[in-house]
Design a protein around this ligand. Structure first.
Ligand code: NAP
Length: 314
């Protein structure tokens, strides 16, 4: 057991790192728990085109690396591990990590983000890692010169598809509707690739099954407006949204909504959760905006709110 600190931050994406930067500058000596995927979802994004001031479009990894370097330079302490359980209702909050370490602090900032969802169809589980993926930057290389499908109609699907057009022979963007949630600039770019024959849109289509030869993916069975269609592809990338990483909060007193997102208490201190001294930032509490920049902004708010709570309660 370590000494009781002022602030524990759970998560190392833009929300957690920004919270760390602000908390360190406020003298809270924060300890940041990195989680199973240090840097979070953003590290898997090949190119960030909308981080203000970063006109050279850094990769997600570069952006996270720069935020981490800034946090470390200010004295934020980092620890590896995943929080598996917690006790948050008392004045001293306790977090237990997967290696058994118990950490204690007066405030906790939860910035655990969200994890990629899969399609949940026949064959998908069998071929995970053998053609089924949720990360083009991680796995795209394995499909050099091949045909692949990306499923989804949000910005993530378009970013993944555009990245894959630089590696693969042809990309099929499979989406269950005709309209897209993605940013228009991304849609325009993929449409330009389609005009070059590098991409094809398969709309009003859902995936019924991932098929393979026993060792790897060979195609998809689609349902296109009630008609079955086979699509021959060597890989399929699911880009169908995310699930908040809040499982460890069940029974903690922190109120979650039906999808597992943290419900913020509302009021002047915007990052406050239903438990005093516990604050939330980033995608684990946001199902609307979910941008790197809004995550960072809420990380800032959470650190300021934790500082205010400590002043009021010391
Ligand atoms: P998203 O915007 O929620 O899009 C998820 C997509 O998956 C939707 O098109 C949805 O279809 C589809 N979908 C959901 N469940 C499905 C299922 N079971 N089967 C088939 N399709 C399914 O998620 P996202 O693309 O991961 O983006 C998350 C957030 O990050 C968004 O705010 C986005 O703007 C942001 N983001 C931004 C960038 C960028 O470069 N600006 C890049 C990545 C992500 P429906 O449309 O029919 O609901």
């Amino acid at each position: 057991m370590t000494a009781v600190g002022k602030t524990l931050i759970v998560g190392s994406g833009p929300a957690g790192l920004t919270a760390g930067i602000y908390a360190a500058r406020a003298g809270l000596n924060p300890l940041l728990i990195e989680g199973g995927e240090p840097g979070g979802q953003l590290t898997q994004t090949p190119e960030i085109g909308n981080w203000p001031g970063a006109k050279d479009q850094p990769s997600g990894y570069e952006l996270i690396d720069s935020l981490t370097g800034h946090a470390k330079a200010l004295g934020v302490r980092f620890i590896s591990g995943e929080v598996v359980s917690c006790s948050l209702q008392d004045k001293v909050k306790k977090l237990t990590l997967d290696n058994g370490t118990v950490l204690e602090a007066l405030t906790v900032i939860i910035a655990t983000g969200a994890q990629a969802r899969y399609l949940n169809v026949k064959g998908e589980e069998q071929y995970k890692g053998a053609g089924v993926s949720a990360c083009a930057t991680c796995d795209g290389f394995f499909f050099k010169g091949k045909d692949v499908a990306v499923v989804g109609g949000g910005s993530a699907a378009f970013v993944e598809a555009l990245y894959l057009t630089t590696i693969c022979n042809k990309i099929y963007l499979v989406h269950r509707r005709e309209g897209f949630r993605a940013e228009q600039v991304l849609i325009d770019r993929l449409q330009a690739k389609a005009a070059e024959g590098k991409a094809e849109f398969v709309l009003n289509a859902t995936v019924d099954e991932v098929v393979g030869d026993g060792t790897k993916v060979t195609g998809l069975v689609l349902n296109v407006q009630g008609e079955k269609r086979s699509l021959q592809v060597d890989g399929v990338f699911a880009a169908v949204g995310h699930t908040p990483a809040t499982g460890f909060l069940r029974d903690s007193g922190v109120i979650l909504d039906e999808s597992g997102y943290i419900v913020l208490k509302g009021g002047e201190r915007e990052s406050a959760t239903s438990v005093a001294g516990v604050f939330a930032a980033g995608d684990c509490a946001d199902k609307v905006y979910r941008q790197a920049i809004t995550s960072a902004g809420t990380g800032c708010k959470a650190a300021l709110d934790a500082e205010h709570y400590l002043l009021e309660n010391s």
